[in-house]
Design a protein around this ligand. Structure first.
Ligand SMILES: C[S@@+](CC[C@H](N)C(=O)[O-])C[C@H]1O[C@@H](n2cnc3c(N)ncnc32)[C@H](O)[C@@H]1O
Length: 290
């Protein structure tokens, strides 16, 4: 039972809510154009987390069989409950529990930077059939601007985040998060180095700005509440990462204040008072064939 990622790095809600928006059907045609896949494929998502991308793939390629694999037991349990039509398994990407040449497509999102490249690409090369497609999605620098009503910090909040900042950095190092960072040249170079051909790069930007009139109120609410969930998860994780530095009461008070701010943000949205908080994600997509 491995629950390191979901306990110490990113919680289920943070990943599921943000990825459900990033891979929502509004952006389906853009992704599908770049993925350039036939339907009726066997598709394996590596490091699928709680499964939001796998769910989108199942909707976008309804005649394909979707598989998802992750090392974290909490993610796999959640994903399997959410989407019983997808075959989720617990396992290690550096030693995939699948036969050689058994998939048409492998795909991953924000995983390449956490796994040693020869194992990451080598295993995908092994399980792909000849002419199979490897898709590596990697988050690049975007824009994250919180609404003014959320960015403002009380002394209480500032004190907690200052007190725990060194511990949070140590935690990232301790769990080897982003141990293999790769820039926009290194990602395709690595894919070629490990045997893939016809390597191409593309970028998709997803502009999640609740006040943007192209979005429905439901989407705007989902964006605001995804940020709320991320902030609450960060506060909750202090109980595991910094239990000796913050009291449970302090964490509860932090969470109460987060709710007050986000409730205010929703009230401003309802009243038509714009905040223009922006979450622009830039995803690089590297595509190669075996
Ligand atoms: C940044 S998260 C991304 C999760 C998911 N792809 C998403 O976008 O929501 C990285 C994921 O890679 C998984 N992971 C890291 N190393 C792994 C390994 N060696 N084998 C399987 N999964 C791994 C983690 O458990 C985590 O779920």
């Amino acid at each position: 039972m491995n629950t390191i990622w979901s306990t110490y790095i990113q919680n289920i809600g943070t990943l599921y809510d943000s990825r459900s928006l990033r891979f929502c059907d509004l952006f389906r045609d853009e992704y599908k154009k770049i993925f350039a896949l036939e339907d009726k494929h066997k598709i394996l998502e590596i490091g699928c987390g709680p499964g939001a991308l796998a769910e989108s793939l199942a909707r976008w390629y309804p005649s394909s069989q979707i598989f998802g694999l992750d090392r974290d037991s909490n993610f796999i349990q959640f994903a399997a409950n959410q989407a019983p039509h997808i075959q989720f398994s617990e396992g290690d990407a550096t030693s995939l529990p699948y036969e050689s040449e058994s998939f048409d497509v492998t795909i991953s999102n924000t995983v390449a930077e956490h796994i040693e490249p020869s194992a990451f690409y080598g295993e995908q090369y092994r399980v792909l059939r000849k002419n199979g497609v490897c898709l590596v999605l990697s988050a690049r620098k975007g824009i994250q601007l919180a609404a003014p009503c959320i960015a403002e910090e009380s002394d209480f909040e500032r004190d907690i985040w200052q007190r725990t900042a060194p511990r949070l950095s140590e935690n990232i190092k301790k769990h080897a998060v982003c141990a293999y960072p790769q820039n926009e040249s290194e990602l395709p170079l690595h894919m070629e180095q490990y045997g893939f051909r016809n390597v191409k790069t593309e970028y998709i930007t997803v502009n999640l700005t609740p006040d943007n009139p192209i979005y429905s109120p439901e989407m705007a609410y989902a964006m605001i509440n995804a940020n709320r969930q991320g902030d609450i998860d960060s506060a909750q994780s202090l109980k595991h990462i910094a239990a000796d530095l913050v009291t449970p009461d302090e964490v509860e008070e932090l969470i109460r204040r987060i709710h007050v701010k986000y409730d205010k943000r929703l009230a401003l949205y309802d009243a038509g008072i714009r905040q223009w908080d922006t979450n622009l994600s830039v995803t690089m997509i590297v595509r190669g064939t075996k």
